[in-house]
Design a protein around this ligand. Structure first.
Ligand code: AHR
Length: 506
């Protein structure tokens, strides 16, 4: 197989926020995984589990969504600020634990500050209220000395946090209220209209970003109807503030009872690999529907104040969801093998390739839940192969996605490439999606390029995973390269592997 990579065929800038993460109070994602508390025997920095924090510091995720998910719709932010925290009970996704609220708004936003991540807060639209949302926003963002700004200062953060991204509702068609598009639109209008602007002059646009709950990406008929109805309803009246539209897509692996995260046959491997690729068609479909909706809103005979230039398409939750996660303890925990690492790589590739359509996306979830980057077990912390993929892909953040064929139909190798901001660095992802066979590929360029480095993530056996006893069994490694300068470079890829190659245009 050969692939032609032309640095002049450009799609657009890869928003770093496509590499976002999602953390929620489910299972041991936050309590236990990210947060252990200052009095814990587990090594911590001001309560954050040190090993998790260090791993995230190295990764520097550009965006983190919190507190849910479904949990957001039971969350009252006041339970988690100040010296006296509430204790509630967390029933979400069968977590079934007391909820001590030690990790709250300040702990989340300090984490984002430490990591240089943009926070995305999802408000409680189900059991919360508009007043609660407003006060939460005021607490986070008000600069002037209001009571809430002074309360934030008393809790250790005099300066406003400047949280820009606010989600209004989560999966409102299911756990978030089983709403119809009409009932959601009625609620959405009220919440969006009540958002403070945090500007002090009439002509400066609000920096606040309102994100609406988009469709269930896994349901073909429903997702089309949801988006058609949502945008039609937006067009029917003077539409409220809306900046983003949050689609969720899980790669469900629930059809074969014998299939577990670590025990699967080739059919199971192929099913999961192919499953993740559906998201690319869904993004194109939703993008088309959103543009049709915007055209309706902007019809010349429509009311003047209904003009709406653009709404960002966002994937607020994505990842593999294996059947065993439903009964797992802690809730939703699943192991991660090269099968998951390959689908993580392919998903990042497809998000990056569609960077002209999608601006933000969050892996679900970062620690101990579903498509994890980090697993913890008592005192021990393990980085999964997914962590390596995100690390290997950091060079794409802010780069320009190139229009390269996704794959040659004859070959199991998937390709993605970007051109760095310096205009000379080419980062090429090569994922060999064949479970057992190595693959050869020729990379061809219109100019001379030097192969500077190659990193490969592969396992001795595709069922292998990292455990507390063997934490580095599946780890990315640098492959020696000769530094050749040529217009054609031949590469051999191990079976079930993810590689990134860095070239310089000479
Ligand atoms: O990520 C786990 C759950 O999946 C989230 O809480 C919810 O939004 C989705 O259904």
């Amino acid at each position: 197989m050969s692939v032609f990579i032309d640095p002049n065929r450009r799609i657009g800038r890869i928003d770093p926020k496509l590499h976002g993460q999602f953390i929620e109070f489910l299972g041991e994602c936050i309590d236990g995984g990210l947060w252990v508390g200052e009095d814990s025997p587990i090594e911590n920095e001001h309560g954050y589990r040190k090993a998790t924090l260090d791993a995230l510091r190295a990764l520097r995720p550009p965006l983190i969504r919190w507190p849910g998910g479904c949990y957001a719709d039971t969350y009252h932010w006041r339970d988690g600020v100040g010296p006296d925290r509430a204790t509630t009970f967390n029933e979400n996704f069968a977590t079934y634990e007391l909820d001590p609220h030690d990790f709250g708004t300040d702990e989340f936003l300090r984490l984002c500050e430490m990591l240089g991540a943009e926070p995305w807060i999802n408000v409680n639209m189900l059991s919360g209220s508009i007043a609660e949302m407003k006060e939460w926003m005021e607490y986070c963002n008000r600069e002037q000395g209001t009571d809430l700004a002074r309360e934030r200062a008393a809790n250790g953060h005099p300066a406003p946090y400047g949280v820009r991204y606010w989600g209004l509702g989560n999966e409102v068609w299911a756990g978030g209220g089983t709403m119809t598009p009409q009932t959601y639109m009625d609620e959405y209008r009220r919440y969006a209209s009540a958002m403070p602007s945090f500007t002090t002059d009439l002509f400066t646009p609000t920096p606040m970003v309102a994100i609406a709950s988009g469709p269930d990406g896994n349901k073909p008929r429903e997702r089309v109807k949801w988006t058609e109805d949502f945008f039609r309803l937006l067009a029917e009246y003077r539409q409220p503030k809306i900046d983003g539209y949050d689609l969720h897509f899980y790669n469900w692996n629930i059809d074969d009872d014998r299939d577990t995260p670590t025990e699967f046959d080739e059919a199971g491997w192929n099913r999961v690999v192919e499953g993740c690729l559906e998201l690319e068609d869904i993004l194109r479909e939703q993008w088309t529907l959103m543009n049709e909706g915007l055209a309706l809103i902007n019809e010349p005979e429509g009311p003047l104040d209904s003009k709406l230039d653009h709404v960002d398409l966002i994937v607020g939750e994505w990842g593999n969801w294996h059947k065993t996660a439903f009964l797992a303890r802690p809730a939703l925990r699943q192991q991660v093998t090269m099968r998951d690492a390959v689908t993580t790589a392919l998903t990042l590739d497809l998000l990056q390739r569609n960077c002209d359509k999608v601006t933000m996306a969050c892996n679900a979830q970062t620690i101990n839940v579903l498509n994890s980057l980090i697993l913890t077990e008592g005192e021990r912390t393990v980085l999964t192969p997914n962590y390596d993929v995100f690390m290997m892909y950091r060079g794409h953040r802010g780069a320009t996605a190139l229009d390269v064929p996704r794959r040659d139909t004859e070959s199991p190798v998937y390709v993605f490439a970007s051109l760095g901001e310096d205009g000379r660095t080419l980062l090429v992802d090569l994922t060999n999606a064949a479970m057992y066979d190595a693959a050869d590929i020729d990379l061809k360029f219109p100019v001379d390029v030097r192969l500077e480095s190659m990193t490969t993530l592969a396992a001795g056996d595709p069922h292998e995973c990292n455990t507390a006893d063997d934490p580095d069994l599946v780890r990315a490694a640098g492959i020696p390269v000769g530094g050749d300068v040529a217009q054609s470079h031949a590469v051999t890829l191990p079976a079930a592997s993810v590689s990134t190659l860095r070239f310089t245009v000479v």
